[in-house]
Design a protein around this ligand. Structure first.
Ligand SMILES: Nc1ncnc2c1ncn2[C@@H]1O[C@H](COP(=O)(O)OP(=O)(O)O)[C@@H](O)[C@H]1O
Ligand SMILES: [Mg+2]
Length: 225
């Protein structure tokens, strides 16, 4: 039996405001199917619409027109609350700037999305510890993010992205703030997660980072080329 693709976009556009009565079209009709177990790199020059596309795939933003099926469900008509709860369960995010909370510990950062998901305290902490061990950070549970290197912080962010067992990982320039060695370590983790069955969509403008993916999709001026 053919399985439903995790992500299917049909003719997605995104337009911004009426600035001096001109509409800026940032995405110009994107159609893309991401299958279960895919590892896709979306590349393209700065300003080509990669982050806008990722925000739409990640349910952080809504398209101006077009249809988006997430696991076969048309999400275009969902309410904000429905979108948030779906996002928290289905999608793990990793950003260039890590986006960790500085005032709480590494463990607490990883646990946070599980609190929103309603997972019990013991269960979520056990899971967070396991995930932090899997990225080599078992000794840093009580540290604060700013006591860690960039590469370590990004590994915390990956553990956080995994806490609710999402099927899809979205990573926007995850190695953009890292040195080469840390970047390679991060990409090795993504490769392992993909082997373990996660569907990964990676945004990067770096060729050697895109090379870790199984498939490369190139964007230019809001379109897939
Ligand atoms: N909120 C916004 N309002 C107006 N224009 C925007 C907004 N967000 C992004 N853009 C524009 O959309 C284009 C694509 O941006 P982005 O998706 O961030 O590209 P990339 O991630 O490929 O660098 C850019 O020209 C940017 O200026
Ligand atoms: Mg971007």
């Amino acid at each position: 039996m053919k399985s439903t693709p995790p992500v299917r976009l049909s003719q997605i556009t995104k337009e911004y405001g009426l600035v001096h009565s001109a509409i800026t079209q940032v995405l110009g009709g994107i159609s893309l199917t991401v299958k279960k177990g895919d590892f896709i790199a979306i590349t393209g020059p700065s300003g080509s619409g990669k982050s806008t596309l990722m925000n739409i795939i990640g349910l952080l933003d809504i398209p101006t027109s077009g249809v988006y099926f997430l696991h076969g469900n048309n999400i275009t008509s969902l309410s904000d609350d429905q979108l948030s709860s779906l996002r928290n369960k289905e999608i793990g995010f990793v950003f260039q700037s890590f986006n960790l909370l500085g005032r709480i510990s590494v463990l607490e950062n990883v646990v946070l999305p599980a609190i929103y998901a309603g997972t019990g305290k013991d269960k979520r902490e056990e899971k967070a510890k396991k995930l932090l061990s899997s990225v080599g950070l078992e000794k840093y549970l009580q540290n604060h993010p700013n006591q860690l290197s960039g590469g370590q912080q990004q590994r915390v962010a990956i553990a956080r992205a995994l806490i609710n067992d999402p099927n899809i990982i979205l990573a926007d320039e995850p190695t953009g703030n890292l040195d080469t060695k840390s970047a390679e370590e991060i990409m090795a983790i993504f490769r392992r997660l993909n082997r373990e069955g996660k569907t990964i969509i990676l945004i990067t403008h770096e060729k050697d980072i895109a090379a870790y993916a199984k498939k490369v999709v190139k964007m230019r001026d809001g379109k897939i080329v």
